[in-house]
Structure formats: C-alpha cells, structure tokens
Design a protein around this ligand. Sequence first.
Ligand code: GTP
Length: 465
Amino acid sequence: MLSTNQNSLEIDAYTLSQVFEHIESAVIVASLDRKIVSLNQAARLLFGYDNQQLKGKSTKLLYANEADFIELGKKRFNSQANYNEESYSVDYLTASGLQLKGQTSSGLIKDSLGRTSHFVVIINDDSARLAAEETLNRLHSITSSRQLTFKQRVQAMLDLGAKHFGLPIGIFSKITGNQYVIKEAIHPENALEIGMTFELGNTYCSHVFNANDVEGFHHASQSHIATHPCFLNFGLEAYLGAPIFVDGERYGTLNFSSPSPTKAFIRQDIEIVRLFAEWVGHEIAREHDLKALENAHAQLEILANTDALTGLANRGCTDRFLHEQINVAHRLERELVVAILDFDHFKHVNDNYGHHVGDESLKAFASIIKQLARSQDLWGRWGGEEFLVIFPNGSIEGATTSIERVMTQLKAVKLSSEAQDLQLTMSAGVSSLRSDDTEKSLLARVDSLLYKAKENGRDQIQSDD
Ligand SMILES: Nc1nc2c(ncn2[C@@H]2O[C@H](COP(=O)(O)OP(=O)(O)OP(=O)(O)O)[C@@H](O)[C@H]2O)c(=O)[nH]1
C-alpha cells in the first residue's frame, strides 16, 4: 500500500522501482510535476542512463521532440487525463543521442485514498520491428521489380541487408566442396571481386554449412571463435550468414559481416537473413528453369525449321524466308535471286542403288552446302530431291557461280562402295525478282527454267539473263 505521506514518498518510489525492476518493458516512474523518480533495468538499458543521472530531472530529456513532451503533458500527464486510450508511439532520445520509436502506455499511480501520486510510463522499443517492416517492404519491391536483372536485384538486396544489419560487407557465395566462390559482393572499399575463391574452412560460412542454418557472431574476438581463421585472417568481428538452398540442394551462403563488433543479433535479424537467402535460392532455381526453357525453345525452333535428313532449312522455313525476302526486295527495291536445284535421274539412283544411296546423295549435297553457302543466302529443301535457294541482294551471275561451285563438288562426291561409279549431277533454274512479280509468278518462272535445263540434257543451269 502506498502512503501519501511526503516523507515516505521517496521510500515508496524506491518500492515502486523494485516492483518494476525486472519487467521486460522499460518502465519510468515520474512525479506529478513530470520529474523522473526511477527507471527500471530495461529503461536504463534502452535509454543508456542510470537512475542517479536522471533522478529529479524533467522527463523532457527523454523526448526527441519537445512538442511531444508538451502535447503529452496536456493530453495525458495531468489530473484530468483520460487513461482509457490505447498505447501510442513516441520518438524518444537516448543518452547517446540516438532516436528510437517507443510504443508507449501510460497510467497513474494512486494512493489508498485515491489520490494520484505518480505517473508511470511503460515503453516497448518498436524501432527493431519498424526497421524490419521497412526492410521487408523494400525487399518486396526489389524482388518483384521487373526492371532489374537477377544480378541487380542481388546487388540491391546486399545493399539493403548491409544497411539493415549495420554490417557493410555483403556476399552471395557459391560453395563447391571446400571452395567458397564469390558470386556477388558489396564492400565499402570494393575489396571483393566476383570469382574470388577462398577455402571454406577459412570462412565463417563453414559454420553455416555445418549447421545448415543461420549463424551469427556479433563480437568474434570476445567469443569462443576468437581463434577462427576468418577472424585471424580478415579481422571480421561481426558476421551473420544463412545457407542458400536451390531445389533442396545446398548451394552457398548469403552473408553480411563487419570488422567492427555489433550489438547482439535479435530473432528478427535471423529471420530476415534467412528470408533473403531463401529468395536468392528461389531466384537461382528460377534462372535455371528459365535457361532450361530457353534452351528447349531454341532446340524446338531448330527442330521446327530443319529438315531431318539433310539438316538444311525445311520447306516451311524456306517458304517463310522467301516470303519475307520478296517483301523486303519490293519495298526497298533491292535485287533478289531465286534458284531451284533438282537432282538428275534421282529415281534411277534409288532404283539402281537403293534408297539408302539416294539418302546418302542428299546428305552429301547438304554437307557441300554447309561448307560453301554464304551466311546471307538460304538453301532449303523444297521437296524430295529439289532445293530452293534464295540469294538476297544477289545477282544472277553471282548465284550462278555459287550453284556451279556446288555442282562441281557434287560431281566429285564418292559414294559408298556399291555406288562407286555413280556421279551425281543436278539441274537448276535461276531467275531474279521483277517489280511486278508475285511469289507465285517468280517460282513459276524459276520452275520453267529448271524444266528447260532438264529438257536441254540436264547437268546445267538455265537463267533468264
Ligand atoms: N532416297 C530418297 N529418294 C527420294 C527422297 N525424296 C524423293 N526421292 C525420290 O526422288 C525421285 C524423284 O524422281 P523424279 O521426280 O521422277 O525425278 P528424277 O528421277 O530425278 O528425274 P529428273 O528430275 O527428270 O532428272 C523419286 O524416286 C523419289 O522417290 C528422299 O528423301 N530420299
């Protein structure tokens, strides 16, 4: 029971402070004229003062903004105040000049006669929660940004973590066997480079890897790891790291460190670094999936455009290219030359030597094309033993030279033993696009030139020049 006797007020204040001493929240007891009577242990820790430094001083000292002190005086710290209100957030100032946000509840202490003797204020430091909230918001905007590449997102995340934990060195590492390789890093003096490799045992990350979980040291030289090679070699006092898993497999670590000791890590720090590492793991898995998908797409595209037997462009692909090039040539008034090449007496090849020799001949032709064709020209399989060639910006003369070269090489091809005596020849029709040509009229002209070459005895090129 509290006495209202002025003489015993000091003793009562002492008793009060004893009551609150071991409460987890910071508790400050003040007199009715808002002078500090006592601070419990948590309040002393939070504000960095001891009881003697503050005893009898105005509570104004603890506010970051004098206006808050005045406002709260009107609203709460007077005899008419309504104390049914919920807790409120106040910016406080510590002995070292740091500001902190405190979730605050306040009330009156009354004596046995119902007379108010003191104010009591209970403060919970909200800074860590608010900082964590802000970091998580920023992490969300980094990870969901479509403008940033994976590399840029990791960099932004390392910056964010370094700021949040107060540890200026941030590393995303890959660990293979006993090798620790830097994949991305931030360092105040840019002392770390991508690709730098360390022995895993010489890094604090070996602890993360052994534990398969987050590990942190806030003051290495004062702890059981004071003789750790990472401290001896690099002088890192503080470290917080989490393992990165990709599709359930251990991949590496995400870690932050500093040559200066830091305050002990709290549960939120552990959870945040774990979340960062989880995100990196997901992103790596996604990158892997995307790469695999891109490769599959590229493979599919090749398959969709390639003739299986010869490996040359197939009919669909050749057709599309022809269509495009006719449009370009008409629009830009450019030259376009088109040819059709056809094996001579191919039925005879098949009938006399077998279908497999026919196939071998088609492949031999394709391999000559792959060696001789210019990259801008397209040689595609148009039908069975018929090939369409498109020479963008070409001339009849140039096209004829190219075709002659192929025909000459084809004649020299030595087929398998049963067809050793066989000499392969082709006939070709070549024409250039005219201003009034459609795809159909151009192809019809080329076809009739090919027919003419066949009629004239084969093994020759007919052009309309
Ligand atoms: N081995 C093989 N033969 C094919 C393939 N595609 C088409 N042919 C054959 O090519 C032959 C074409 O015969 P034709 O159109 O009569 O022409 P040709 O015998 O070459 O006579 P000309 O063109 O007049 O010189 C047919 O026997 C087809 O079966 C193929 O992929 N492989």
